[in-house]
Write a protein that binds this ligand. Structure first.
Ligand code: CP
Length: 504
């Protein structure tokens, strides 16, 4: 197994196919032992303490995790809902989790409403964090028990047709699941009510990882006749916009994709299995109660597998001597120092076409894409410079690019932060350092990775957003320079050059 167990399970993206298969094999052993020796107690916990911090509601994840910990001989403490805790006095997440480490807890199992909460906690702790769901972002242990159940039923995770049905926009279980499925040779079908589609960036991630496109479908009759696994999810009403708008959205989709016994007997493939992370919503039952006793229904076995999976995982995480740092290895998150690409100086003279941007000494930002000069000028706060002259010229003739914008800054060398901003805005820029009317250096800035404090995540429910006041420093990984693609360390969403928000 490759992943850093000492950090816990924060995101399914931290796991490889081999990691997942190895977790499934471990869980198989635990389940098998339980079958034959149900009363056997494994005392790996030997009264060590594990914290169960559920800032958001839960039945299955919390109770199965706590029962797993108790079965292993751990002492478990924490809270089910923030009511009654100092969170209600405004305590930041990092202070809450630090307390449990200080009280000698050996691991934290947590659920939080903000995306990236478990990642933030793990960054600040030296004990493992097990993510029991972070907003709409992910639910990695749910995915592991989902995959375990599929493996148990189908004896493979390859060559299967798997449909994800329901709220694919807000449902965190399907988000982790599609990530994990990208590591297996499966065909994925996506069916959702209008407006609750799988986010495009997650589909792009799936395509990039698997080399395949998921099939977007709408006809449930056709799908149940075709697929091996139907993974149904509840409409996550609690994540809809508040007020009349959210209420209207919800009403529009009530009753869509309702599955009952009659429907399955008429249309479903004989060996279809139906999974559901549960809970069902009694106000909008996506699977009728009369399906529960059919051979299709595997969702209660799936929920029970959560206990075995969490027992096996907790035991292995606490026992781990494995300190390999290998986070986010599904993505190219290698560290990269800032730098610059040295460009050839053709004649060294930089008198300029126009007197306006002729420089005796200073920095000339050349070859800015037309119409981006103004944005760059603002982002670099050049309008606030008082002790140097700055000239912005737009739509100038360029031998290389036809047209370009240029910014000439007299008697000023840019800071590293300004250089990063230029690289974020203008991929074609060249920076000329000029002395005595001669170019002494010509370069193009290269962004470091990770990139700290320069970008604002566009996901309003990402824990790094200032309005959440959780002291999560902005961290983005550069996954590609041209075209630019950056990924948020916390919520894992990626953004292109046109989508990024640069912090002033
Ligand atoms: N599947 C799941 O996460 O259920 P709970 O919300 O009850 O924990």
């Amino acid at each position: 197994m490759n992943f850093n167990k000492s950090k816990g399970i924060v995101s399914i993206k931290d796991l490889s196919r081999e990691d997942i298969l190895s977790i499934i094999k471990d869980c198989e052993k635990v389940k098998e032992e339980k079958k034959f020796f149900p009363d056997n107690k494994n005392n790996v916990g030997s009264n060590k303490k594990v914290a169960s911090l559920f800032f958001e509601n839960s039945t299955r994840t919390r109770v199965s995790s706590e029962t797993a910990a108790q079965n292993l001989g751990f002492y478990i403490n924490g809270f089910a809902g923030a009511e009654g805790t100092s969170v209600k006095k405004g305590e930041p997440l990092i202070d809450t989790v630090r307390m449990f480490e200080a009280y000698d807890y050996k691991a934290i199992i947590m659920r939080h409403e903000l995306a990236g909460a478990a990642r933030l906690a793990a960054d600040h702790l030296n004990i493992p964090v097990i993510n029991g769901g972070d907003g709409s972002s992910g639910h990695p242990t749910q995915t592991l028990l989902d995959l375990f159940t599929i493996y148990e039923e189908k004896h493979t995770l390859d060559k299967l047709k798997i449909a994800l049905v329901g709220d694919l926009k807000y449902g965190r279980t399907v988000h982790s699941l599609i990530d994990a499925l990208s590591l297996f040779d499966v065909e994925v079908y996506l069916i959702s009510p209008p407006g609750l589609d799988m986010p495009q960036w997650r589909i792009t991630d799936y395509c990039n990882m698997s080399g395949k496109k998921p099939i977007i479908a709408s006809n449930l009759k056709e799908i149940v006749a075709l697929v091996d696994v139907l993974y149904v999810t509840r409409i996550q009403r609690e994540r809809f916009p508040l007020g009349i708008e959210g209420e209207a959205e919800f009403k529009k989709i009530l009753g869509l994709f309702y599955i009952n016994k009659d429907f399955l007997e008429r249309y479903a493939k004989k060996d279809l299995i139906i999974l559901h992370p549960l809970p069902r919503d009694k106000n909008n039952m996506e699977i009728s109660i009369d399906v529960d006793n059919t051979p299709y229904a595997k969702y209660f076995i799936q929920a029970q597998n959560g206990l075995h999976l969490r027992e096996s995982l907790l035991s292995s995480i606490i026992h781990s001597e494995n300190l390999i740092i290998n986070h986010n290895h599904n993505h190219n998150h290698n560290k990269r120092l800032p730098g610059s690409l040295n460009l050839p100086i053709i004649d060294g003279q930089k008198k300029g076409d126009k007197f306006l941007y002729r420089l005796d000494e200073g920095t000339l930002i050349d070859h800015i894409e037309v119409n981006l000069g103004q944005k760059l000028y603002k982002m670099l706060s050049l309008d606030k410079i008082t002790d140097a002259e700055v000239v912005l010229c737009t739509n100038i003739r360029s031998k290389q690019y036809g047209r370009k914008d240029v910014v000439a800054i007299h008697k000023l060398i840019l800071t590293p932060e300004q250089l990063y901003k230029i690289a974020l805005i203008s991929p074609k820029h060249t920076i000329n350092i000029i002395k005595n009317q001669k170019v002494i250096k010509k370069e193009r800035a290269i962004l470091p990775s990770p990139l700290y404090d320069l970008l604002i995540c566009n996901n309003p429910l990402c824990i790094s957003r200032a309005e959440h006041k959780e002291f999560a420093r902005s961290i983005f990984y550069i996954e590609s320079d041209d075209p630019l693609q950056v990924r948020c360390h916390y919520c894992e969403e990626f953004f292109t050059r046109n989508e990024i928000s640069i912090a002033f």
